[in-house]
Design a binder for this molecule. Structure first.
Ligand code: MET
Length: 516
């Protein structure tokens, strides 16, 4: 039987600079969503990459006195290193300067042209290089500094040149129908309302080529033009699956289950992209989800650490799974959030070091000391044992439901709700006292606690994969016994099975003495 497939993507980043926390955040969140479906038995394909064309790249390269390709090579390598440093489980990393991508972009262009949706004209209007976006005059404003700005607060400049146009205006009704008939197409819901009202206010045809520079994918049949960067950028999502060769093994992953992007680029993904795809006769993705932005609110952090906005430094300083956990648990996915040194330390010390780490360390040490270092004997389960074990099963159900709508923080809240309850259970059962009064019951309590840790360990894998693996190793859980299908069973921890010596998994963050 073939497994259900699941395709998820991040936006591809402009490598005009080094990766920052915003990029890391999106990649971590998308990685958790991808890993979650893998743990749930799906055949997952997870794509990330870099968006290397456009004027912004060209201008930055000029400023640095290097070619745009050198700039792209240098920074794309940093984005690839970041993916490794964050333990991202992406199956491919696409660079839009690759041959395969030129092929795909030219193919989708031809398909749109064959449909009669591309015509040549003259463009005269406002363009923001920072956003790589065209804006209607009514979306711009001249501020006190005399400069004209677009709706995202970036300066715009007047552009006039011969260009190809995409007949976007012809798609207004189809798009509105799409938002109407598939209310889940855009998430979170506020984003959908914004997009729908923008579309309702009227769509103009879109200028999709440039002639004043040649850093881009050449327009097929008219090489004086290069494609507008967003036309080729959006195509990356199908390039990676082998488009235009729909017989390619990877094509089965299309349509994408979710494009995870920042809220500032929802317009491109929820208006242009579906219009291009309808025009080219390609199925539409199932969902576009716009997450919020992160703000650094902690002065203390920058004082003690220098530039912790750098994801590499942050991970080195706090630990990878600490950073992953913090962002995924603290910030409701889809909303803006803030981070600070204190918030990271409080959150990870409380949840990881205290709640989960201590529970594992205390119970596993007791097992090592009092049960001969093997899985304890399991007597008949009391109501309290059954209740806490059932809570982990409920958490899986909640996580499945919330992760399906990208509410990552809610999934984690449910899982760590089990951890909090397990601490109350452990304290209430007092296995250390049972040692003298009822050693058999002590073993059952320790077995139940170990079993809870096994279940929580399995559930934590998408979010904190390295630490979750360590927890499962401590319980001698086989590599092939770690999927979500193994949560709801009483037979996984077999009494008498030898366990490795317990090791602390979540170190407590200890404040360093300020430098004298
Ligand atoms: N490079 C774009 C950005 O960072 C995203 C492109 S996603 C197809 O805004």
């Amino acid at each position: 039987m073939s497994r259900d497939s699941f395709y998820i993507t991040t936006a591809i980043s402009y490598p005009n600079g080094k990766p920052h926390i915003g990029h890391a955040y999106e990649l971590i969140a998308t990685d958790a969503l991808a890993r979650f479906q893998r743990c749930d038995g799906k055949d997952v394909f997870f794509l990330t990459g870099t968006d290397e064309h456009g004027i912004k790249m060209l201008q930055t390269a000029k400023k640095e006195g290097i070619s745009p390709r050198e700039l792209a090579d240098r920074n794309a390598a940093a984005f690839q290193r970041m993916a490794v440093a964050l333990n991202a489980s992406n199956d491919d990393f696409i660079r839009t300067t690759e041959e395969r991508h030129y092929k795909a972009s030219q193919a989708i262009w031809k398909a749109m042209a064959d449909r009669g949706d591309i015509y040549k004209g003259g463009y005269a209007g406002w363009y923001s290089v920072r956003d790589e976006a065209y804006y209607g005059e009514e979306e711009t404003e001249v501020r006190e500094d005399g400069v004209r700005y677009g709706p995202q607060g970036t300066p715009v400049e007047w552009v006039e040149e011969e260009s190809y146009f995409f007949r976007l205006s012809a798609y207004q009704d189809k798009l509105l129908e799409l938002y109407e008939s598939r209310p889940d197409f855009i998430g979170p819901a506020e984003r959908r309302n914004e997009v729908a009202s923008f579309v309702r206010s009227g769509l103009k045809d879109l200028s999709i080529s440039r002639t004043t520079f040649d850093w881009g994918v050449p327009v097929p049949g008219d090489e004086k033009h290069v494609m507008y960067v967003w036309v080729d950028a959006l195509t990356n999502y199908i390039t990676s699956l082998g488009y235009p060769d729909e017989n390619e093994a990877k094509w089965k992953f299309w349509p994408a289950d979710a494009h995870i992007i920042g809220k500032d680029i929802v317009r491109f993904h929820a208006i242009y992209w579906p219009a291009f795809l309808i025009s080219a006769g390609i199925e539409l993705p199932k969902r576009v989800f716009g997450h919020g932005f992160l703000f650094n609110r902690g002065e203390k952090m920058s004082k003690s650490l220098g530039n912790v906005i750098d994801p590499f430094t942050m991970v080195e300083h706090y630990g990878l799974d600490q950073v992953r956990y913090f962002f995924l648990r603290e910030v409701p996915f889809g909303q803006d959030g803030s981070y600070s040194h204190d918030a990271i330390v409080n959150r990870t010390n409380a949840d990881l070091a205290n709640d989960l780490g201590n529970l594992a360390q205390r119970s596993l040490s007791m097992i090592a000391k009092n049960c001969g270092g093997v899985v304890p004997a399991r007597g008949e389960l009391a109501e309290a044992d059954k209740a806490i074990l059932a809570q982990a099963v409920d958490a899986l159900a909640t996580a499945r439901r919330t992760m399906a709508e990208q509410a990552i923080h809610q999934a984690l809240a449910a899982i760590f709700g089990v951890v909090a309850e397990a601490n109350r259970y452990f304290a209430g059962q007092e296995p250390w006292a049972l040692k003298k009064t009822d050693p058999a019951r002590m073993e059952t309590v320790l077995w139940t606690t170990a079993e809870i840790i096994r279940r929580v360990g399995i559930l934590c894998q998408p979010f904190i994969p390295g630490s979750a693996a360590k927890l499962l190793d401590l319980l001698a859980v086989g590599e092939d016994q770690r999927g979500f299908g193994h949560v709801d069973t009483l037979d996984a921890l077999v009494p008498g099975t030898p366990l490795p010596a317990p090791q602390p998994v979540f170190p407590r963050y200890v404040e360093q003495e300020p430098a004298a």
